[in-house]
Write a protein that binds this ligand. Structure first.
Ligand code: ADP
Length: 399
C-alpha cells in the first residue's frame, strides 16, 4: 500500500510517500512559508534530482494541492493517479488522555482534536488544518492520526501527576503528557532488535535530542516516564527552550522586566536553552565550533545541556531498576559526536562506558559502547514517518 505521511506545522508541511511492504520511501518534500510571501515547495523523488517550486500558497489546502500535483508530476512524481494512495497518515501532536494509540480519523476524532487544541495551541490547530485540507482534496481516502503523546499514555499516575492541588488535574487535565512518542517508540523497538531481544523484555532509555529534546524510560515495551511535561517546555535543556526550571523564576523575571508571564514563557520557549546561555546559536554545529574557538559561554551551554541529560539517565536507571540500553537519536543525538561523549563521560559507575572510536560516527544504526559497558549505548536514526505509515497501514487494512 502507498501511504502519504503528512506532518503539518503552522507555516510548514513535511511529507513522504512510502510504499509499505514494497520499496519503502518513494518521495519526500517540504513546503515552507505557507501563508507568508515567498512560499515554496521542495520535492524529491528517491534517486532523482530535487524539484523546487516557488509559488504562492495562501493556506494549507493550497500547500497540499501543490504537494499532490508534485506527486502526480510526469517527471518527478511517484503516482499516476491519487487512487494509488491507500491512505494518509497524519502526525498529530496532542491526543490528550483520549488516545493511547493511533486512530482512524472521523468527524468525532477531529472534534476531540479541536478540544485538545487548548492543550497544544501551537501544534494541534495546524495539524487539524492539514487533516481538513487532505479530506477536502481526497474525500474517499482513509486518514489516520498518529499522536506524539500516545506512546506516553502508559506512564503511571505517580509519574505523570504534578504535586499541585488535585482539582487542577480533574478540572483542567493539568498533568505530564510527553511528546516525541513516535520517535521514542521507534528507537526503543530498534534497540531491542539490535540486542536480539524481545521489546517487552528490555529496559531502554531513549534520548531524542533534536531542536526539541526529550528522554524516555521504556520498560518491557511500554513507556514509564518521559521528560517533557504538560507542554514541550519541560525536562531537558533544548536549542531554544529552557527545559525544567523553578516556576517562581517566571514571576520574578516578569516583575523585574515589567513584562507578562506569557512573555516570559515565550522567552523560555524561544530565547532560552543553549541559545540563551551561549548567546551564540541554538544549532549544535555552531556551538561546537564556538566552543573549539574558546567561546566560554558556548562551552558552558554545552556543559549545562549534557549535565541535564545525565540527570535524566540516572533517574531513569533508578525508575527502571537498571537499564539494558541507552539510545541516542534525532539531529544532535545522531550527529554530535562530542555531545554524546560529554553526556556519557563519568557514567561508568552506572554501567555506561562509551567507546571513543566506535562513537566517531554519524547517522548510522550502530553500537557505541565499549565491550565491557553493562548498558549498551546505541545510535539509532529515528524514523517517525515510517512509524506513522506502519500504524496507518495497520488501521486501514483492518477496516
Ligand atoms: P527537529 O526535527 O526537532 O527540527 P532535528 O532532529 O532535525 O530537529 O535536529 C536539528 C538539530 O540537530 C540542529 O539544530 C543541530 O543542532 C543538530 N545537528 C544536525 N546536524 C548536526 C551535526 N553534524 N553536528 C551537531 N549537531 C547537528
Amino acid at each position: 500500500m502507498k501511504v502519504l505521511v503528512v506532518n503539518c506545522g503552522s507555516s510548514s508541511l513535511k511529507y513522504q510517500v512510502l510504499e509499505m511492504g514494497g520499496s519503502g520511501l518513494l518521495a519526500k518534500g517540504i513546503v515552507e512559508r505557507i501563508g507568508i510571501p515567498g512560499s515554496f515547495l521542495k520535492h524529491e523523488k528517491v534517486g532523482d534530482d530535487k524539484m523546487v517550486l516557488e509559488v504562492e500558497m495562501k493556506n494549507h489546502k493550497d500547500a497540499i494541492a501543490h504537494v499532490l500535483e508534485a506527486l502526480l508530476n510526469e517527471d518527478h512524481g511517484v503516482l499516476t493517479s491519487l487512487d494509488e494512495l491507500g491512505a494518509v497518515g497524519h502526525r498529530v501532536v496532542h491526543g490528550g488522555e483520549k488516545y493511547a494509540s493511533s486512530v482512524l480519523i472521523t468527524e468525532d476524532v477531529v472534534q476531540v482534536l479541536e478540544e485538545c487544541s487548548d492543550l497544544a495551541p501551537l501544534h494541534n490547530p495546524p495539524n487539524i488544518l492539514g487533516i481538513k485540507a487532505c479530506q477536502e482534496l481526497m474525500p474517499t481516502t482513509p486518514m489516520v492520526g498518529v499522536f506524539d503523546t500516545a506512546f506516553h499514555q502508559t506512564v503511571p499516575k505517580e509519574a505523570y501527576l504534578y504535586a499541585i492541588p488535585y482539582e487542577y488535574y480533574e478540572k483542567y487535565q493539568v498533568r505530564k503528557y510527553g511528546f516525541h512518542g513516535t520517535s521514542h517508540k521507534y528507537v526503543a523497538e530498534r534497540a531491542a532488535a539490535m540486542m536480539g531481544k524481545a521489546f517487552n523484555e528490555v529496559k531502554v532509555i531513549t534520548c531524542h535530542l533534536g531542536n526539541g529534546a526529550s528522554c524516555a524510560a521504556v520498560k518491557n515495551g511500554v513507556c514509564i516516564d518521559t521528560s517533557m511535561g504538560f507542554t514541550p517546555l519541560d525536562g531537558l535543556v533544548m536549542g531554544t527552550r529552557s527545559g525544567a526550571i523553578d516556576p517562581a523564576v517566571i514571576i520574578y523575571i516578569a516583575e523585574k522586566e515589567g513584562i507578562t508571564a506569557d512573555q516570559v514563557i515565550n522567552i523560555l520557549n524561544k530565547k532560552s536553552g543553549v541559545l540563551g546561555i551561549s548567546g551564540v546559536s541554538s544549532d549544535f554545529r555552531d556551538l561546537g565550533q564556538a566552543a573549539e574557538e574558546g567561546v566560554e559561554r558556548a562551552v558552558l551551554a554545552l556543559a549545562v545541556y549534557a549535565l541535564r541529560v545525565k540527570t535524566y539517565i540516572g533517574s531513569y536507571i533508578a525508575e527502571m531498576n537498571g537499564a539494558d540500553a541507552l539510545v541516542f537519536t534525532a539531529g544532535v543525538g545522531e550527529n554530535d559526536i562530542a555531545m554524546r561523549e560529554l553526556i556519557c563521560k563519568d557514567l561508568d559507575a552506572l554501567g555506561i562506558k562509551i567507546d571513543k572510536e566506535k562513537n566517531n560516527i554519524r547517522g548510522e544504526e550502530t553500537i557505541l559502547s565499549a565491550d565491557d559497558s553493562k548498558i549498551k549505548i546505541l545510535l539509532v536514526p529515528t524514523n517517525e514517518e515510517l512509524m506513522i505509515a506502519r500504524d496507518t497501514v495497520e488501521i486501514v487494512e483492518a477496516l
